[in-house]
Write a protein that binds this ligand. Structure first.
Ligand SMILES: [Fe+2]
Length: 288
């Protein structure tokens, strides 16, 4: 028994006000709750998908993965424990905070917090409305999107996410950063989305390299591209990736890590084989 999809992401951010403005006006996500020390955002029928909390890290805080039932949650916990991972069964306060029916948590080998739950809150009675008219985000069976973690030991992280949590390797890119340095990127899937998580070990940088939101229409990406260009906040130009074929650009967030804003990715159909690539992109994605 393994996890079904990524449901939510949490970030620790130094400037909550900047994130509230950025999330609405640049990402087009819908603010659903604001507290003294943070805010939450919706991108579909779920009660929340992104959580920003005041702190000093300006980096990844937690990822929430969904299973279909209480039995599945017990099975994932047992699978992790059989893999020598310490799992915490979370109490009613955190369960209520996340708006779920049952929740366990653990840390990956790099110390990144992973939450697994069943029973997310749906809010069909309050339809998702983008403050900037984004047509919609591609979620559903593929979950929130994807994120990329920079970890000190990719072998240990792969062991945890594949053997512990049940991810499958999609493919590998040997990413040539310069003449001296090539970094191997590992792309992992847990459903039809080409990758929900990617792992690399880079010599510098934040734990969260970027997170990705997938739009329903190419025009959503183009309209956002214009806004990020006007802000001089482009991290990488428009391009198409070699592995998932997504057309996307990368923009700067108020916390320094990047957001990938994309459209048109291919999935991993039955019969998919692990492959490798020497380039991250077919065209574009020039880092600014
Ligand atoms: Fe990405």
């Amino acid at each position: 028994m393994s996890i079904q999809r990524l449901s939510y992401l949490g970030f620790e951010v130094s400037d909550v006000a900047a994130w509230r403005a950025f999330a609405g006006a640049r990402l087009g996500v819908m603010e659903t709750s604001v507290g003294e020390d943070g805010a939450r955002f919706r991108i579909d029928s779920r009660a929340w998908r992104l959580d920003v909390r005041k702190g000093t890290a300006d980096d990844f805080s937690f990822a929430g993965y969904e299973v279909d039932s209480e039995d599945a949650l017990v099975a994932v916990r047992k699978r992790l424990e059989a893999h020598d991972v310490a799992v915490t069964v979370e109490g009613p306060d955190l369960v209520a905070d996340r708006g779920v029916l049952g929740l366990v948590s653990c840390r990956d080998p790099a110390g990144n917090r992973v939450e697994i739950f069943y029973g997310a809150t749906e809010m069909f009675e309050v339809p998702f409305v983008s403050p900037i008219g984004v047509s919609g985000f591609l979620t559903g069976d593929q979950g929130l999107g994807h994120y990329v973690l920079n970890v000190p030991d990719t072998a240990a992280a792969l062991d945890f996410y594949i053997k512990g949590l049940g991810f499958h390797l999609s493919d590998v890119i040997d990413w040539k950063l310069n003449n001296e340095l090539t970094v191997r990127l590992y792309f992992l899937h847990c459903n039809g989305r080409h990758h929900t998580l990617a792992l690399l070990s880079a010599p510098a940088g934040k734990t969260l390299h970027h997170f990705m939101l997938e739009l329903n229409q190419l025009d959503d990406v183009g309209l956002a591209l214009d806004k990020f260009e006007a802000d001089r906040a482009i991290v990488a130009t428009l391009g198409r990736h070699t592995n998932d074929h997504m057309i996307s650009f990368y923009g700067a967030t108020p916390s320094g890590f990047a957001v990938e804003y994309g459209w048109g990715a291919r999935g991993v159909p039955p019969g998919w084989s692990v492959v490798r690539y020497d380039r991250i992109s077919i065209w574009g994605h020039r880092f600014v």
